[in-house]
Design a binder for this molecule. Structure first.
Ligand code: PGA
Length: 255
């Protein structure tokens, strides 16, 4: 069956020492508690990746990921980081298609398709983010938006390659705003995503894919969100920066 995943997205927060110390706290608290079918992933700034991977070596339930990669293999791209460089730090995952990168750095579906390919070619598992803006929700076009993001970013993959993908439904209007999608709103979209996957790849692949919810998830709302049948965990921004809040969210699956 698919994995339950709680992933932290630190975004552009925490200096080097602060990141190591938060991560050590998390590893120490989850290493004995987290069940075999559950995965904790920390997506840190690039500066932390190699050190975090060393700190979690041998702790199978805790993995490390980046928040972006360049689509090219290597070369004259000043300031950019490739998939193979991220992989060489010991990282296993990379967030791709986060709405902040789509909105502030102009990342299009076709660019994201190339980044997905670069990640998979180097053995990194994408945590691929999709979700509608407030206007798209209010106009009722959000199903079309999500279907387009899925097909343009991912559906060039065959079923075997797609098996490495983790999806995150993150309504843009809920990210960092304190406005969370209700469990019913989130479940409705997660079920739609799974149905779309089943149409593309068959029911078995759809049933194996972890679909996370993201957008102002916190200790108070995580349980009602994660108990929905098609919500397999969360991508957590703000609340992943506080060890106590993040651990409470992880513990929803241990209750
Ligand atoms: P948030 O961020 O939990 O702070 O809303 C989620 C995300 O951007 O992944």
């Amino acid at each position: 069956m698919r994995k339950n995943i709680v992933a932290g997205n630190w975004k552009m927060n925490l200096d080097y020492e602060q990141g190591l110390s938060l991560f050590s706290e998390i590893v120490n608290m989850v290493k004995d508690e987290v069940r075999g079918d559950q995965q904790v992933i920390i997506c840190s700034p690039f500066i932390h990746l190699a050190s975090l991977s060393k700190l979690s070596a041998g702790v199978t339930n805790v993995a490390v990921g980046a928040q972006n990669i360049n689509e090219a293999a290597s070369g004259a791209y000043t300031g950019e980081i490739s998939a193979s460089q991220v992989k060489s730090t010991g990282s296993e995952y990379v967030i791709l298609g986060h709405s902040e990168r789509r909105a502030y750095y102009g990342e299009t579906d076709s660019l994201l398709a190339k980044k997905v390919d670069a990640a998979l070619a180097n053995g990194l598992k994408p945590i691929f983010c999709i979700g509608e803006t407030k206007d798209e929700r209010e106009s009722g076009s959000y199903y079309d938006v999500i279907k387009t993001q899925l097909s343009a970013g991912l559906f060039h993959l065959d079923a075997e390659a797609f098996a490495a993908i983790v999806l995150a439904y993150e309504p843009v209007w809920a990210i960092g705003t304190g406005l969370t999608a209700s469990p019913e709103q989130a479940q409705e979209v997660h079920a739609f995503i799974r149905k779309t996957l089943a149409e593309q790849y068959g029911q078995a692949v759809a049933d194996q894919t972890s679909i996370l919810y993201g957008g102002s998830a916190n200790p108070a709302n995580a349980e009602s969100l994660f108990s929905q049948p098609d919500i397999d965990g969360g991508l957590i921004g703000g609340a992943s920066l506080k060890s106590r809040d993040f651990l409470q969210i992880i513990n929803v699956f241990n209750g």
